[in-house]
Write a protein that binds this ligand. Structure first.
Ligand code: AMP
Length: 215
């Protein structure tokens, strides 16, 4: 079959991704966690993994450097999905993209200051609400921004809500339900149809098998 490259998101999402791929019969031939390498052969001779930051996965797939990717829906919403298909919800790394603010604190009248890593998502969300905002791009520790009077509201990933509560904040509105998605480069889908369809169908079966067990 054609050679294909799958871009995986490193970090906590990888811990959820590798067991699902193993259930689909695709495993790295060496331990990714114990290696400093970025490219890994797999038990399918024509398939290799590259392990990169989640924010970079849509870029690799969109530009065709990787044929397939595993990316959080949050990354896809922020980056845009041009040049990619999204054939499968992998059902892993579930969380929510939410607005959050300090507990018991009223919002100012007029323009609201919003700190987030997800400026494109936030811009669209508040525009649809008809709310005037000033967006402040941050790269981490969003929950610090209201404490330091940098922002009134944050837009961030929430799982248990513990991070927010530990910093005197509370979640407010859900912007989107998030999980990891399989994305495929549209032109690779045509050129490498057999190999890509094989991977998508293997994963589809693994996801369905999990749903059957948990139902
Ligand atoms: P929690 O305290 O459980 O609400 O987790 C909040 C933090 O964990 C967020 O600020 C994120 O940085 C991170 N997080 C939780 N779940 C995910 C996920 N599925 N994908 C990416 N980051 C996550």
């Amino acid at each position: 079959m054609e050679k294909i490259t799958i871009a995986l998101t490193k970090g906590r999402i990888l811990k959820d991704t590798l067991p699902l791929f193993a259930e689909a019969g695709i495993e790295p031939v060496e331990n990714i966690a114990e290696s400093r390498k970025l490219i890994f052969d797999t038990t399918l001779a024509h398939v290799q993994f590259v392990v990169i930051r989640g924010t970079d996965v849509p870029t690799y797939v969109q530009l065709g450097a990787a044929d397939i990717g595993v990316a959080g829906k949050d990354m896809l919403l922020e980056h845009g999905a041009a040049g990619m298909y999204e054939p499968l919800d992998l059902g892993i790394a579930r969380c929510r993209l939410m607005t959050a603010m300090m507990r018991d604190q009223a919002l100012p009248r007029g323009k609201i200051k919003v700190a987030t890593k997800f400026v494109n998502v936030a811009r669209r969300y508040f525009a649809a609400q008809g709310t005037q905002v000033e967006l402040i791009k941050l790269y981490g520790a969003m929950e610090l921004a209201p404490l330091m009077n940098l922002a009134d509201v944050i837009v961030d990933i929430v799982d248990t809500g513990n991070t927010l509560r530990a910093n005197g904040m509370e979640p407010a509105d859900t912007i989107a339900d998030i999980s990891s998605r399989l994305v495929v480069n549209t032109s690779a889908m045509k050129r490498k149809h057999e190999a890509i369809t094989d991977v998508v169908e293997r994963l589809r079966k693994a996801v369905t098998a999990r749903e059957t067990v948990s139902a």
